[in-house]
Design a protein around this ligand. Structure first.
Ligand code: ADP
Length: 465
């Protein structure tokens, strides 16, 4: 069965309070019993000593006892719960409490037994008489037998003290339980209310209201973390949603132009307005190739951007890889009369070779595409302690400052009209970014209009090679 955080917290507070009170009560009773018993025993012993000392003073030098005083002492002792019997040195009883008032002695003994069994029902005590010698100077002149309930007994006052203390402890226990229940439920409410509100907001986000945010302010660290995590999640979902909608719109937009061109060309040829000659068919064919390339690029991008982008990492020399790419590109650069230079020493990286090769190809083909005839493109590899940097630098037209933040976004083209000619789909750099980020690397661009552009790819050197 599932219980709310509030119920659980309240009950755990109450349970902790209950356990603490029970423990305190048990420990207090244990110690109380031990020390109180000692105290009672000592007290009784002291009383006995007082009685013996008083009686020893009643022995007179002529060998006689002051019988009046002995009776007074005996009666007072009886009132205090001590049943005494005084004997002379020959063992003859000279005063006996049971003879003086047997009824009272019986009542006292019964009362003691009652007091003890009320507190210790299992204790086996009984009436005992202990003989004490009575001395006058150093000589024994008689004996006092003091009878009481043994091994010790609790007087009415002792019992009242213990009972009051126990009542007090039970009262404190009940009070602290109620207090912790109330306090627990207040604290629990303080904790659970923001969580409930966060849940409410999260549910609304889950329903698709991605622009909703959790506005909960809390001074509990975990709740703040929860709030910011949910808000980040909502932010990511919102971005994804916008991206998803935009991709749909962008794809439709990008495909519309070449498809419309194709359609009008075909219709003109069907209607006999245009001769379906080789040149017209070639133009249509080029349009189809363009659409095909775009679809291919999109497919690649979807693959690279998908969360399950699996990197097949190996250790390889990135300079050697780039050198081979440069060699492949050389004829095209020559055709366009662009100087292509590569500079780099052996530089081992731990990465996905095919995907890194795709990144370099995209950057180099952009440099080739956008650098005018007679230009220069420099490619270099630099190794630092924890990163490897690849730079592709051209002295082409550059990218306007206002376009720089967007060039890595899909379908973004800084100069639409120029790209119509070059045939770019605006996906190349998006692929570069997706692959770089999957490698936990960075791609940066520095560009000035009419001065050229430099793309710098930084790859972290991984320790787990
Ligand atoms: P495209 O297929 O249009 O080249 P990319 O994503 O590769 O798409 O590039 C996006 C835009 O960035 C390009 O349309 C272009 O305007 C700009 N760009 C990229 N590389 C360069 C470069 N080396 N010089 C000038 N502009 C560039």
């Amino acid at each position: 069965m599932k219980h709310s955080l509030r119920v659980k917290l309240s009950f755990s507070y109450a349970l902790v309070a209950l356990i603490s009170v029970v423990l305190i009560m048990a420990i207090t009773n244990l110690f109380l019993d031990k020390y109180f018993r000692e105290y009672v025993k000592n007290n009784q012993e002291q009383k006995n000593k007082d009685v013996i000392s008083s009686i020893s003073h009643q022995y007179q030098n002529n060998g006689k006892w002051n019988m009046e005083m002995i009776e007074t002492i005996g009666v007072r002792a009886l009132e205090n719960g001590l049943i005494i019997k005084v004997k002379d040195k020959n063992g003859n009883i000279i005063w006996d409490a049971t003879v003086h008032n047997n009824g009272m002695c019986q009542r006292i003994i019964e009362h003691m037994a009652q007091n003890m069994s009320s507190r210790y029902p299992h204790m086996k005590g009984r009436y005992t008489e202990v003989p004490y010698p009575v001395n006058s100077g150093l000589t024994k002149v008689g004996e006092v037998q003091i009878g009481s309930y043994g091994p010790y007994y609790l007087s009415d006052n002792d019992l009242a003290f213990i009972n009051t203390l126990n009542k007090l402890l039970i009262g404190i226990g009940i009070f602290s339980m109620l207090f912790s229940l109330v306090l627990g439920s207040i604290i629990a409410r303080k904790l659970s209310s923001p969580i409930s509100r966060v849940i409410g907001s999260a549910q609304s986000i889950a329903k698709g209201y991605f622009s909703d945010r959790v506005l909960e302010r809390s001074n509990t660290k975990e709740i703040c973390q929860l709030t910011s995590t949910i808000n980040n999640l909502a932010g990511t979902l919102e971005k994804q949603e916008i991206l998803r909608k935009r991709i749909g719109a962008d794809v439709a937009h990008e495909l519309r132009t070449p498809l419309a061109t194709l359609q009008s060309h075909m219709e003109a040829m069907i209607d006999g307005i245009w001769e379906p000659d080789a040149e017209r068919l070639k133009s249509c064919h080029e349009e189809i190739i363009r659409i095909n390339k775009m679809v291919g690029d999109l497919e690649k991008l979807a693959r690279y951007e998908s969360e399950s982008l699996v990197l097949n990492k190996t250790s390889f020399d990135i300079s050697e890889l780039i050198h081979r790419i440069v060699l492949n590109f050389e004829p095209e650069f020559k055709n366009k009369d662009i100087k292509l230079a590569f500079n780099g020493k052996i530089e081992e990286v731990f990465a996905d070779k095919d995907k890194i090769s795709q990144v370099v190809i995209n950057l180099v083909s952009n440099a080739l595409k956008y650098t005018p005839e007679g230009g220069t493109v420099n490619i270099s590899v630099k190794g630092a302690e924890d990163i490897t940097e690849v730079s592709v630098k051209d002295n082409g037209p550059g990218i306007p400052q206002e376009d720089l933040p967007f060039i890595f976004e899909r379908f973004y083209r800084a100069d639409k009209s120029r790209n119509r000619l070059t045939g770019g789909s605006g996906i190349g750099l998006t692929i570069v970014k997706a692959i770089t980020e999957a490698h936990k690397g960075r791609i940066e661009v520095q560009s000035r209009v009419n001065h050229g552009t430099e793309f710098i790819l930084s790859l972290p050197k991984e320790t787990n090679q």
